[in-house]
Write a protein that binds this ligand. Structure first.
Ligand SMILES: NC(=O)c1ccc[n+]([C@@H]2O[C@H](COP(=O)([O-])OP(=O)(O)OC[C@H]3O[C@@H](n4cnc5c(N)ncnc54)[C@H](O)[C@@H]3O)[C@@H](O)[C@H]2O)c1
Length: 345
């Protein structure tokens, strides 16, 4: 099998995480970096690979099958468009772009160039996410009526030291919520309307301290989500799974799906069904834990990227799909500021 040659655009904190995934696989190689920073130059020197000042220069040099784009979000549009002009497969970090108009332009141009764009929503690659999707979509808990979830933690004080981190653009809605919404969309289907209330009465910065969100899905199910970066608690996806060193593992589930015949806890799957009776409140139920392997999602994502380059798979999340997660997230921010319920097309 031929080696897939990857160019990395943006070798900062998450870019380095992608390099670790590439290094763990035998059929893929990092062949170039596009990043003007001295840190990126050091990585290139250590690996004896060329480092270019930007995406365009790297792509013009040729010899690349796919790029991973991990530049600051404001640059995603420009860097993805540069990669598409060179007709390579793209994996761009989340969010796909800063604005919906940019995401739509990418979707259109990718189709014109006959290229695939994947969006880096790595949670979709965990077996527990795929299993939850199967359980919900196959009707194992009956008709899905609702979901309730939370992401509640307290970021460290140093996190807010840079002034830009106190701005609305760096708040938990625009930084963290997109992962939750993308996961809910993956498992439950599209989100059709969003309304939200926020508060800032703890830190009094421009960014929100907490937000409560109501959702409706295309399948008529409803949902609620509570998100805060000021509430120490054991309930986040990362703490539930032990996904990141930054979040010590608690194993506590953060999301619950409720159907007409039972319920599902997530991401450490626990199925609650009613084998006898109709499942009314008089019937007994027992928890049924469902084990799924814990994997490195970045390795799974990179493996999938290679399969897409080889034409063996189509993107698990393409530009159009990534744009829908962005749209739902931007809708939560807009609704929280304006007080209006936002309907999504
Ligand atoms: N999937 C996830 O869970 C996750 C986690 C963290 C960050 N991200 C996303 O990844 C992206 C990068 O975040 P980060 O935390 O790694 O940021 P970072 O600041 O650590 O890294 C950004 C890198 O881009 C480089 N860069 C800046 N301008 C450039 C240019 N013109 N051309 C090429 N390179 C350039 C910088 O030198 C830096 O090395 C953001 O979009 C962020 O939302 C995703």
């Amino acid at each position: 099998m031929s080696i897939i040659k990857i160019g990395l655009i943006g070798a900062g904190s998450i870019g380095v995480r992608h390099i670790m995934a590439i290094d763990a696989l035998s059929d893929v190689a990092l062949v170039a970096i596009g990043d003007p920073s001295p840190a990126a130059q050091k990585i290139g020197t250590e690996r004896s690979i060329p480092v270019f000042a930007d995406a365009d220069k790297m792509l013009s040099a040729g010899g690349i099958d796919a790029v991973i784009i991990a530049t600051p979000t404001e640059r995603h549009h420009q860097d993805v468009m540069a990669a598409l002009r060179h007709k390579v497969t793209v994996l761009v970090e989340k969010p796909i772009t800063a604005t919906l108009a940019e995401a739509q332009e990418i979707t259109k141009f990718a189709a014109q160039q006959n290229c695939h764009v994947l969006v880096g929503h790595q949670r979709r690659y965990y077996p527990c996410a795929a299993e939850a999707r199967t359980i919900i979509q196959s009707g194992q808990i009956g008709t899905l009526l609702g979901v309730t979830g939370q992401w509640t933690t307290k970021k460290d004080d140093d996190y807010y030291a840079p002034e830009w981190r106190r701005d609305v653009k760096a708040g938990p809605i625009l930084t963290n919520l997109i992962h939750e919404f993308d996961l809910l969309r993956f498992i439950c289907g599209d989100i059709t309307s969003v309304s939200a209330e926020l508060t800032r009465h703890d830190q009094n910065f421009d960014k929100e301290d907490a937000v409560a969100i109501s959702l409706k899905f295309a399948n008529q199910a409803v949902g609620t989500f509570f998100l805060s970066d000021r509430t120490p608690s054991p309930w986040t996806w990362e703490m539930a799974l032990g996904e990141s060193e930054r979040f010590p593992k608690t194993g506590q589930n953060a999301i619950r799906f409720m159907g007409s015949k039972g319920a599902l806890e997530f991401p450490n799957l626990v199925l609650w069904t009613y084998p006898e009776g109709t499942g009314d409140w008089r019937n007994e139920t027992k928890p049924q834990p469902i084990e799924t392997p814990f994997i490195d999602a970045y390795i799974a994502q990179c493996t999938h990227l290679c399969a897409v380059v080889r034409g063996e798979e189509t993107p698990i999340i393409d530009a159009e799909n990534g744009a829908k997660s962005l749209a739902a997230t931007l809708a939560a921010a807009t609704s929280a500021e304006t007080g209006n319920r936002i309907t999504l097309g």
